[in-house]
Design a protein around this ligand. Structure first.
Ligand SMILES: [Zn+2]
Length: 229
């Protein structure tokens, strides 16, 4: 399916209320007629943005997007911090950055992709850590700007998870731990969530560096395969 045919489901009223009615980021504004609406399409070769108002086209870099998921407390942030200590060919971001937008996860998803499409004009794709609401990403206007979205879920056995949460992060909230254990159990024995397929890596007993090594190689493998195709 052409990427710009995917329905995005934030209506105009809601966009206005969120102050995201326009695309004020550089790559989304038509430099010829100034149109900044969420109305651009992508050329057939996938490498140019097309303005529907004046027909002007401009080059942009269409890269994949990477999402590191897993239950709360499993170690997404710790892994991301380890990756930031390395020289990487991608940028590392935390989707909780958009926490200021409240619990409107659809709007957050738009902004995750909107920011990413600008960041990746540096030639580097973006890796986001994101606990849930993965299915929102595919239902966005901004989805069309990406070649693919790849998801990797970190999982571990329940005892290891409890240990990571209670000892590693000093979390005592039983309800929080229970929710995480349940979400982790789901990710361990399913291959998709809300229709979104993901890869999985079992980090039971693994060190931070071992997990970071794996995530790094997973990204490079996916990206290399895309560049060759
Ligand atoms: Zn234009």
């Amino acid at each position: 399916m052409p990427r710009d045919n995917i329905e995005h489901n934030i209506d105009e009223k809601k966009r206005n209320s969120l102050y995201i009615s326009g695309d004020y980021t550089v790559i989304g504004i038509c430099s010829k007629c100034g149109d900044y609406r969420w109305n651009k399409s992508i050329s057939k070769d996938g490498n140019r943005v097309v303005c529907p108002s004046c027909g002007f086209e401009w080059k942009y870099k269409s890269l994949p997007l990477f999402v590191l998921t897993g239950c709360s407390g499993v170690g997404k942030t710790t892994t991301a911090q380890a990756l930031l200590q390395r020289e990487t060919t991608y940028l590392v971001m935390d989707a909780d950055y958009f926490g200021f937008m409240g619990e409107d996860y659809q709007a957050r998803a738009e902004q995750v992709l909107n920011l990413s499409k600008n960041l990746m004009q540096s030639g580097k794709p973006v890796l986001w850590t994101m606990a849930g609401a993965l299915e929102k990403l595919d239902r966005t206007y901004h989805r069309r700007f990406f070649r693919n979205i790849h998801y990797l879920a970190l999982v571990c056995d329940a005892d290891d998870l409890r240990h990571r949460m209670m000892v590693g992060r000093a979390i005592q909230d039983e309800e929080w731990i229970k929710r995480s254990v349940e979400h982790n159990a789901y990710l361990m024995c399913h291959d998709s969530i809300e229709g979104v397929g993901y890869d999985r890596f079992d980090i039971t007993g693994k060190s931070v560096d071992e997990v970071a090594d794996y995530v790094d190689s997973w990204i490079r493998e996916k990206w290399n395969a895309e560049r060759e195709s």
